[in-house]
Design a protein around this ligand. Structure first.
Ligand code: ACO
Length: 348
């Protein structure tokens, strides 16, 4: 099999910024509590007209442009999301139409916050096998539309956004080297949006019981995340015949700075090699890893031939880690978002 690597990158976030100070006016919380417990300072919130398909299409458009591809060059669109525009059709089909990628097959992938890393493993295989040549992989979520804004234990954590990559054949030994995917359905109840689908359809009762909102056992999810992130990333690195010392950049799912710090310690990676932007976006679910990759690349941290490890965890419960050799040459141009990224915190 040939290899598949990232040859294009894009991101899109809503304009509206919601700060911790704004949240102090909405629920009984404080900037200090949110910052100390999560590392989040602000997040983006989608407007009425901004959905997974519109944000996903904007990120994908930029990814195609940076890869120098036309919409007609795209053979496959995979959209990782758990906050689709509708139960069906898939968000990938809506993006296909918005972009005019009329030749592309399209489907959604549901693995919550692990969705992008799951998608990177799966989509890369489809490209490496020769089944598809140019694939768009989008990670997008608008979980603020599923938040109970009176529940301080969840509403301070999430933000909206989209990130997209183009995957295409690259020379062997570069691109995706290996991955580790896993799931534990016995933890399904720990993090869920129970209403609005087959089990609890929309009804007066389900609305009264607030079943359309995110429910989470924060402490259990925290314990799971800390354990699984380090273990899964270590397994993926080992499967590639590498050690943590070989890793140039660790780009984890951005849910909580304490989870990231614990996983970093467990994996034995130098904290200076960890990319962090949770402070500016909160937990954007399936979008967090591609947004972090985008900012790490455009701020000059990620360089061609760097070995990068990404790891996600989330509802399901699910987890996914990927090891890749970065295949994009230095960015030729800086757009508004990347210029902002360059000024941002990022690497520590
Ligand atoms: N502001 C102020 N106080 C709060 C807030 C808030 N926003 N939220 C909870 N508290 C209070 C609690 O009521 C509790 O008060 P008490 O001691 O009087 O009972 C106290 O703070 C401590 O609460 P804990 O839940 O123990 O706080 P913890 O340190 O565990 O932090 C947090 C909570 C941030 C939610 C943490 O558990 C966490 O990050 N969990 C993982 C969540 C996560 O990453 N989920 C996304 C997974 S990805 C996906 O698939 C969507």
């Amino acid at each position: 099999m040939r290899s598949a690597g990232i040859v294009g990158l894009g991101m899109a976030v809503p304009q509206r910024v919601l700060t911790n100070a704004d949240l102090e006016k909405m629920v009984d919380t404080s900037d200090q509590w949110i910052l100390e417990r999560t590392g989040i300072r602000e997040r983006r919130v989608a407007g009425e007209d901004e959905t997974s398909s519109t944000l996903g299409a904007a990120a994908a458009r930029e990814a195609l442009e940076s890869a120098g591809l036309d919409p007609l060059d795209v053979d496959l669109i995979v959209c990782a999301t758990t906050s689709p525009d509708m139960l069906f059709p898939s968000t990938a089909c809506l993006v296909q139409h918005q972009l005019g990628c009329v030749r592309a097959a399209a489907f959604d992938l549901s693995a919550a916050c692990s969705g992008f890393a799951y998608g990177l493993a799966v989509t890369s295989q489809l490209v490496a096998s020769g089944a598809f040549r140019n694939a768009l992989l989008i990670g997008v979520d608008v979980l603020t539309k599923f938040l109970d804004w009176t529940d301080r234990s969840t509403c301070v954590l999430f933000g909206d956004g989209a990130g997209a990559v183009v995957l295409a054949p690259v020379e062997s030994g570069r691109g995706l080297l290996g991955f580790d995917l896993g799931a534990d359905g016995s933890g399904a109840d720990l993090l869920t949006i129970p209403g609005g689908a087959g089990k609890h359809p929309i009804s007066e009762e389900s609305l009264r019981e607030k079943l359309r909102y995110i429910r989470m056992d924060g402490q259990q999810v925290f314990r799971f995340a800390v354990r699984v992130m380090g273990e899964s990333a270590a397994r993926a690195v080992e499967k590639c015949g590498l050690t943590p010392d070989d890793v140039d950049w660790f780009v984890p799912h951005q849910a909580n700075i304490r989870i990231i710090d614990s996983a970093t310690r467990r994996l034995g990676i130098d904290p200076a090699r960890v990319y962090v932007n949770v402070d500016r976006y909160g937990n954007t679910s399936a979008a967090s890893i591609p947004i972090a990759l985008y900012e790490a690349y455009h701020s000059g941290c990620l360089k061609e031939d760097d070995t990068v490890v990404t790891v996600g965890f989330g509802a399901g419960l699910t987890w996914a880690s990927c090891v890749l050799v970065w295949t994009m040459p230095p960015a030729g141009r800086q757009n508004r978002q990347s210029a902002a990224a360059a000024e941002g915190v990022g690497a520590r």
